[in-house]
Design a protein around this ligand. Sequence first.
Ligand code: FE2
Length: 334
Amino acid sequence: MSFQNVTSNIVSVDSARILIVDDSPDNIVTLENILEDYNYQIYKAYNGQEALNMVREVEPDLILLDVMMPGMNGYEVAEVIKSNPHTRLIPIIMLTALDGQEQRLKGYEVGVDDFISKPFNIIELRLRVSNLLKLRTYVNELEHAEQIIFSLARTVEAKDKYTEGHCERLSRMSVSLGKKINLTANELVMLRRGGLLHDIGKIAIADNILQKKGPLTDEEYEIIKTHTTIGERICAPLKSLKPILPIILYHHEKIDGSGYPEGLCGDQIPLNARIMGLVDCYDALTTSRSYRPAMTREKALRIIEAETGRNKWDPELFVTFVDLVHTDPLFHQS
Ligand SMILES: [Fe+2]
């Protein structure tokens, strides 16, 4: 590939913010010079702490990070950035020594995205910066789409004053139950997100049905049921939400097959949906509704116990759940 071809592949992501972190002012100037033709906004930090402050202030789109610095070194800085949910998606390129195999392995461990050896190969550096910035743009778009979906879910909740705080409670309670049965960290994240999004399909249900004080007609009930399939359709296009689709679709299924939308039985219902269904029922019973006051914990548990006896809820989950309700203050708030 000719030099011309290589450079023409470099796309300047317009006015991207790049933070250069290096204790050597000379190195910073060198990097600035290499990147000066690309319309980036360059920010500089001369030590780790300054870098972290700047990450908060300017929210950079990419960080070029030196390894060896007095005070906090590059690994420590990267670890802080990559362990914070608000900053973990900012790509970091670490500037390592030429034979920096060990440095690279250590960098990967703390979540560094890419490495460049010193002395810099100018073309390589420009290309890597440009590629990571492009990737960052895609990630931003996906994050934005996710944010829209999560705010839609909050809109649904805001439609009904009786369900205020319901999704947040469901998230926390289902995670607590998931921990108790030793689910993985990843599965717990899915429960957390599932709790927030499980009823998102209600966005498409008319308010007069959703908030009706009296009993629902058969026809109205059929409409309410569609919130599961509609919710699944809303979230399905986002790959990142794929693992929680079963929660959205099946959180109203019952062990004996009497639930909806598909009438699944027993283990056919995914475990995370069984968890969400149980916790959803408990939260509904222990919070006040337009047509009845909130029940006590004991009364709610008696009702769910009777239903478990009639094969509505997972009996094993129910045993763990009762234990949790008695011991975890989280279940005493509703
Ligand atoms: Fe629901």
